[in-house]
Design a protein around this ligand. Structure first.
Ligand code: BG6
Length: 485
């Protein structure tokens, strides 16, 4: 899988939440699958705290050991993986720390390299965006790959990429002055989810979707994210961003692109991303009366959240795409924390059958559902004859539940897949700069209105469906509640 030579993976912000919960476990899974060969790979943790290699390893261990009792082999794997990790401490804005880091990486390269080996350096910024510019500058000044021979340096950055169009553009300019676009990997972990990746195959490899996937047949599309827990100790971070910046502007908008885009010329990353940008650029300004915001009761009890916070923890917004395929079809984006369930799904609802002789409308419409999580599934609601003596119609499902159909296949974690892509140099599932800009263009006017307090969130009970006004908006947009699942 890997090219030859050494691969140094540097996790900056090594003892932070994201690194512990996502980045290191993803690296560990890749290691277990022999995708990170120990004779080539070395992992470096970098952060400000002055701890030893072993102290970092101790912090990481519990995130790598399986929850339900580990076998001696599993424990052994964890220990071997931890031995690949070295820790370097230093600030994010001074050359001293990064020179030291470079020295450590170079030593590893010197030890492991064959004569012709390449030097591949991956920098994963598990850090707040405020330090991206200085960290990127330090990497550029002190830590670039040494061999030109098939060597490279890549940086991986996490959302939030800015707070609005202006700040995102500024960030992009700062990083863009230091690195070329092929060196920058903007992660949106939803693009690493199995069923998100499946969208292209579903849409473009199935004859029966081709003629139906348009405004003539589809009434509305819902893209929904629900969590059944609140901000859980992340209130301080969350309050600066809110649910639109945290989930909708990135994760759900990326999903929308895959649902709505035209067929790309090929599977080349540039072709796919070209089509996504076209969708984003066709979205018309969001109307205030097509937005419902909510904030769950108790959100402000978090001591890190201001008592008068106007930050939404729930939002429904209707996006409209002005093009030949989608004119008139509402794309209902919905995301909320502290709701009644944890679920992320895409619901494509078809129009009623014209001249219906079964009066099947009351049974519900055809609906095509892609459940991203939990329990990945694709199912289709359709109407059949109620088995029995009577000639009546009833709604049923064609159901592809992954747990049943693909027993024994472990679905990879989003981060695992995406990190492997960064090593392979595949940018298909990463956000390109113009995509990022177009996403911010869609939401910035709305976000500014919320920031100025012109739009206010409606309180809702934790564990509920969110504000009732959101369901009313859904109905107004044409969504008809279906039965069954
Ligand atoms: C993150 C958000 O990007 O995605 C979190 O910052 C959210 O607030 C998380 O909980 C959800 O990810 P997943 O993969 O659990 O749906």
């Amino acid at each position: 899988v890997l090219e030859t030579g050494t691969l140094s993976i540097v996790v900056l912000g090594a003892s932070g939440d994201l690194a512990k919960k996502k980045t290191f476990p993803a690296l560990f899974h890749l290691y277990k699958q022999e995708l990170l060969p120990p004779n080539e790979v070395h992992i470096f943790g970098y952060a400000r705290s002055k701890i030893s290699d072993d102290e970092l390893r101790n912090k990481l261990r519990s995130y790598l050991v399986p929850e339900k009792g580990a076998s001696p082999k599993q424990l052994d794997d964890v220990e071997k993986f931890l031995q690949l990790i070295k820790y370097v401490s230093g600030p994010y804005d001074s050359e001293d720390g990064f020179r030291l880091l470079d020295k450590e990486i170079s030593e590893h390269e010197y030890l492991k390299n064959s004569k012709e080996g390449s030097s591949r350096r991956l920098f994963y910024l598990a850090l707040p965006p405020s330090v991206y510019p200085s960290v990127c500058k330090m990497i550029k000044t002190c830590c670039m790959n040494k061999s030109d021979l098939s060597g490279w340096t890549r940086v991986v950055v996490e959302k939030p990429f800015g707070r609005d169009l202006e700040s995102a553009e500024e960030l992009s300019n700062q990083i863009g002055e230091l690195f070329e676009e092929p060196q920058i990997y903007r992660i949106d972990h939803y693009l690493g989810k199995e069923l998100v990746q499946n969208m292209l195959v579903l849409r473009f490899a199935n004859r029966f979707f081709l003629p139906l996937w348009n405004r003539d047949n589809i009434d509305n599309v819902q893209i929904v994210f629900r969590e059944d827990f609140g901000t859980d100790g992340r209130g301080g971070y969350f309050d600066q961003y809110g649910i639109i910046r945290d989930i909708i502007q990135n994760h759900l908008l990326q999903v929308l692109c895959l649902v709505a885009m035209e067929k790309p010329v090929s599977l080349k990353p540039e072709h796919i991303r070209d089509e996504k940008v076209k969708v984003l650029e066709s979205v018309v300004p969001i109307r205030d009366d097509e937005v419902v915001l909510g904030q769950y009761e108790g959100y402000r009890d978090d001591p890190t959240v201001p008592d008068d916070s106007n930050t939404p923890t729930f939002a429904t917004a209707i996006l409209r795409i002005h093009n030949e395929r989608w004119e008139g079809v509402p794309f209902i984006m919905k995301a909320g924390k502290a709701l009644n369930s944890r679920k992320a799904e895409i619901r494509v609802q078809f129009k009623d059958v014209p001249g219906d002789i079964f009066r099947s409308k009351k049974q519900g419409r055809n609906e095509f559902v892609i459940r991203l999580q939990p329990s990945e599934a694709i199912y289709m609601k359709f109407t059949v004859k109620q088995p029995g003596l009577e000639m009546s119609a009833v709604q049923s499902e064609l159901d592809l539940s992954y747990g049943q159909r693909y027993q024994g296949i472990t679905i990879p974690e989003a981060y695992e897949r995406l990190i492997l892509d960064t090593i392979r140099g595949d940018q298909q599932h990463f956000v390109r700069r113009d995509e990022l800009k177009a996403s911010w263009e869609i939401f910035t006017p709305l976000l500014h209105k919320i920031d100025r307090g012109e739009l206010k969130p409606i309180p809702y009970k934790p564990g509920s469906r969110g504000p009732a006004e959101a369901d009313e908006l859904l109905e107004k947009a044409g969504y008809v509640q279906t039965h069954g699942y």
